[in-house]
Every structure is written in structure tokens, then in C-alpha cells.
Design a protein. Structure first.
Length: 486
């Protein structure tokens, strides 16, 4: 038996969090591994309520049966979940705090059959997965606190809902402009997936069969010719809807209607699909971008077909939307950063996941090749944040340079004004001064000369010195290196 525990703070009222979590049908909107979930018992949700869900395990769908064994609104929810490979029992507790709701989970996992051999790894793997799920719930509910989506007007009731959200370090006006210029041909995986989705229609047409091939929409301007009706055209929110039969690959035959006809449409045999992307200000130089997809069917038979179709297509749809958000965050996000001279538009290029999750922790531990570990207080949480950096020295003065642009450690250091550097020589506390753009080029040149080659390519992508913050490091205290630090 493995135990899995954790907690997360959600900045929403406890009743709202509890009610949303208690309705298991909501979980596919924030848990990417859960494809569908439906209630199988009659009456209100409470102790004894049961749900049937389908989750993705590796490459195949797996059935899950969920039963609530205790229900104390809005404080506690206990449940048992049964799968072929393992059973899970435990509780969720909801504690009101001045900031919102503290959600705690405590599960016991009991592997079955051959899976018992993997009991020692169930705990660590399960802990990471639960952390991802409940963090996604937090992001989802906090995003919901913004103004309601226009989809509530055109498709208030639905059978499938998928929502993804991400905070970009950019002003909302810059994000609005980037959304209008978004081109999915610049994302190879998305381009390939959309082209693959259109392939059956092209094959049907070439073989002379019944087909209505729909060209893949790579830009917002492509949506109407792909059979989508504009429901909202910004700037805060862009939304489109289509009436189609998605399960008939290559012969979906979307109907062209106006937005009011879309809302009232009820002819059996169709699915009503709506998609939106919205940008809301989250604070100074921060914008939350949210994508949402809703699917409603016009009769029970179509609902069964969409449910089966979404088991296969749902994960692909989720991947496309996450890649779109990642592309916006990595290459299109712009933030206004105030310096002592003027306001400068700065870009952030997100490093690959392998760099963030594997390379950075490794080089932070080894601290070779001039690498030091920077520790600075988080600008929102106040908790210590660490990241590997390569200090560069020029004319007897040390500097920190950000090759990726307006990264998290830059914003943290800018707000804190002080931090710690740990290297093989020891640990020191320092204060910083951010340099104006005119003074950065020689320091950036020195950094590129001595930095890692895998980092140098980011200066090619961002050649403007205004996109690379530079901080002068002034030591205040130092601590000799000990054997345990090496």
C-alpha cells in the first residue's frame, strides 16, 4: 500500500471549490488524463453517489469507478476509486483561509495483481501526478474568477468541456495583438496534427467517395473557410462555433450559419462545437490566456458518438491547445519593464523542458564551468527560488545576464533587489542594480564569450540588448566553502 499526500492553496471561496470538485463530471476540464466522466446514480451528489470515468493510461483508455463514501459540505469529501490495476481510497479536505481555500489530499493506493511489484514507486509517481492535477484545478478555478466567457451565451450546456490556461509575462494589449497574428504553421507538431486530421477527407475525395474535405485552419482568418462561424472577434476574446459531425472523418459536412442560428440550432444528428481564446489582465505585465472548447450534441445517439470520438481526439485537442499557449508564452509574449530611463518592451523565450527539468537541476548541483546557483525570494510567494546562472566579470565587476529575456528569476531579482550566489568558492549575499540598455552590450558580449554554447543561440533569436536584463552584483556578505557544499 502506498500513501499519497499533499496540499494546494486555491484563491477562491471554499464553497465554490468544494462544489466544483464534488461534481466529478467537472474533472475532465482540469485533469488532462481524464477523458470523460458521468454520474451513474440518481439524485443529488452526496454520500453514495457514483461516477463512471475513462482515463488515459499510457496509450489506452482505462475505466474507473468512483464512489463517495463520506460527504460533508464544504469541509470533507471521501471516496473510493476502482481500476483494473489498483484501488484508491482517501479524503479531500477543504479549509477556508484568508487567501481562499487550502485543499489537502490523502490517498491510499492498493495495486492489484502484477502491479503489486511496483508498490514502492506508486507513492512518488502518484504524488507528482496528484500535484499536477490539483495545481491544474487551482489554475482553472482562479481563471474562472475573471469575466465569463462568451461561450456561456452561445453554448451554456455541453457534453464535453476542455479548458487550458496559462499566465504570460506580458501586457494584455501585447497579448491581444499576438493572438490576432497567431499562425499555427510556426508550430511543427500542431501543423502536422491539423494536416493529419484533414487527410481522410482528401483521401475520400481522391477515391471518389462521399467527402467534404475541410482545410485545416492555421490562422484565425482561416476559421470561416474551414466551416467555423465567428461568435466573438475580440479584442478581449475570440470565439468560433461550428455545426458538424466530427465522427464522420473526411465527411463532416459542417453547416454554415450565423451566430444566432448557431445558438438556437437543435437538428438531431449533429454536434455543436465552440472554441474560444481569451486574455485577461492578471497584474502588472501579466496576462492570463485561457482557451476553452465545448461540445454539445443534439440527440442521445450523437452524444454516444461524440463520447467515443473524444476518447481518441480529446488528448490530441488538449495537446494542440497547450502547444498554442506555450508558443504564445515562449515567442509572442511581451512585457513592459520600467527602467530608470524609460519603458522598454521585453521578450521572453522559454527554454526547452529538458533544460528546465533536467539540465538546470544537474548543473546547479555540479556547479562546474563557472555555473553558480542563484537563490532569490519569489516576487509573489516570498519563498526561496533557485536557478543556475553564469556570473560574468568585466573590469573587476560581476554581472548576471539573462539569455532568455524576461525570465522568472529576473522579475524576482528586480523586486527583491538582493539574493544569494553559491559557487565552488562559497556562498555570498549580494544586492543588485539593473543596468540601462545602453550599458549592456559589452557585458552581454563578455557573457557570450564565456557562456555555454547551448545558451548562445538565444542571443541569436533575441539580438536586441533591450531583451536581455543585466544586473550588477555587489557583495554584502560572504561565507567560506565547506566540504558539504562541494
Amino acid at each position: 500500500m502506498a500513501r499519497i499526500r499533499g496540499e494546494v492553496l486555491i484563491r477562491r471561496p471554499v464553497e465554490e471549490v468544494f462544489d466544483f470538485v464534488a461534481d466529478e463530471r467537472n474533472e475532465p476540464t482540469y485533469n488532462p488524463t481524464m477523458l470523460v466522466s458521468e454520474k451513474v446514480t440518481e439524485g443529488p451528489i452526496g454520500a453514495g453517489a457514483r461516477f463512471r470515468a475513462t482515463i488515459r493510461s499510457g496509450r489506452r483508455p482505462v475505466d474507473m469507478q468512483i464512489e463517495y463514501t463520506a460527504f460533508d459540505r464544504p469541509h470533507m469529501l471521501a471516496s473510493t476509486s476502482r481500476m483494473a490495476a489498483a484501488d484508491f481510497t482517501g479524503t479531500l479536505t477543504f479549509t477556508p483561509t484568508p487567501a481562499g481555500t487550502r485543499l489537502r489530499w490523502s490517498w491510499q493506493a492498493r495495486p492489484k495483481g502484477a502491479m503489486r511489484l511496483l508498490t514502492p514507486v506508486f507513492g512518488p509517481i502518484g504524488a507528482r501526478q496528484e500535484r499536477r492535477i490539483w495545481t491544474a484545478l487551482r489554475d482553472h478555478l482562479e481563471a474562472e474568477s475573471h469575466a465569463g466567457s462568451l461561450l456561456d451565451r452561445y453554448l451554456p450546456e455541453f457534453d464535453v468541456r476542455e479548458r487550458h490556461s496559462r499566465v504570460l509575462h506580458a501586457d494584455v494589449e501585447a497579448v491581444h495583438a499576438a493572438l490576432g497574428q497567431a499562425d499555427l504553421t510556426g508550430i511543427p507538431v500542431v501543423r502536422a496534427l491539423l494536416a493529419l486530421r484533414a487527410l481522410p477527407g482528401r483521401l475520400r475525395a481522391r477515391l471518389g467517395g462521399p467527402a467534404t474535405p475541410v482545410p485545416p485552419p492555421f490562422t484565425l482568418a482561416d476559421m470561416p473557410r474551414a466551416g467555423w462561424t465567428a461568435l466573438a472577434e475580440g479584442p478581449e476574446e475570440v470565439a468560433f462555433g461550428t455545426l458538424t459531425r466530427p465522427w464522420r472523418l473526411g465527411n463532416e459536412a459542417p453547416l454554415v450559419v450565423d451566430r444566432e442560428s448557431f445558438a438556437a440550432f437543435s437538428t438531431p444528428g449533429y454536434a455543436k462545437i465552440a472554441f474560444s481564446i481569451r486574455a485577461d489582465p492578471e497584474g502588472p505585465h501579466r496576462t492570463r490566456v485561457t482557451t476553452e472548447t465545448r461540445v454539445a450534441t443534439t440527440d442521445p445517439r450523437s452524444k454516444r458518438r461524440v463520447t467515443a470520438y473524444w476518447v481518441v481526439v480529446g488528448p490530441v485537442s488538449a495537446l494542440i491547445r497547450r502547444l498554442i499557449l506555450r508558443a504564445l508564452a515562449g515567442t509572442s509574449g511581451r512585457a513592459s519593464v520600467r527602467s530608470s530611463e524609460k519603458e522598454i518592451a521585453m521578450t521572453y523565450v522559454e527554454p526547452p523542458a529538458v533544460t528546465r527539468r533536467l539540465v538546470n537541476p544537474l548543473v546547479s548541483r555540479l556547479r562546474t564551468g563557472g555555473v553558480a546557483t542563484l537563490t532569490v525570494a519569489g516576487r509573489n510567494s516570498g519563498r526561496p527560488r533557485t536557478v543556475p546562472v553564469i556570473p560574468v566579470e568585466l573590469n573587476g565587476i560581476r554581472y548576471l545576464v539573462s539569455p532568455f529575456g524576461e525570465s522568472d528569476w529576473v522579475r524576482n531579482l528586480r523586486k527583491a533587489g538582493t539574493g544569494q550566489l553559491r559557487s565552488r568558492a562559497g556562498m555570498e549575499t549580494f544586492r543588485t542594480t539593473e543596468l540601462p540598455v545602453a550599458q549592456r552590450p559589452p557585458i552581454i558580449a563578455a557573457y557570450r564569450t564565456g557562456g555555454r554554447r547551448d545558451v548562445d543561440r538565444y542571443f541569436t533569436r533575441l539580438p536586441d540588448a533591450a531583451d536581455h536584463p543585466v544586473f550588477q552584483v555587489t557583495p554584502t556578505t560572504s561565507q567560506p566553502q565547506t566540504r558539504g557544499d562541494s
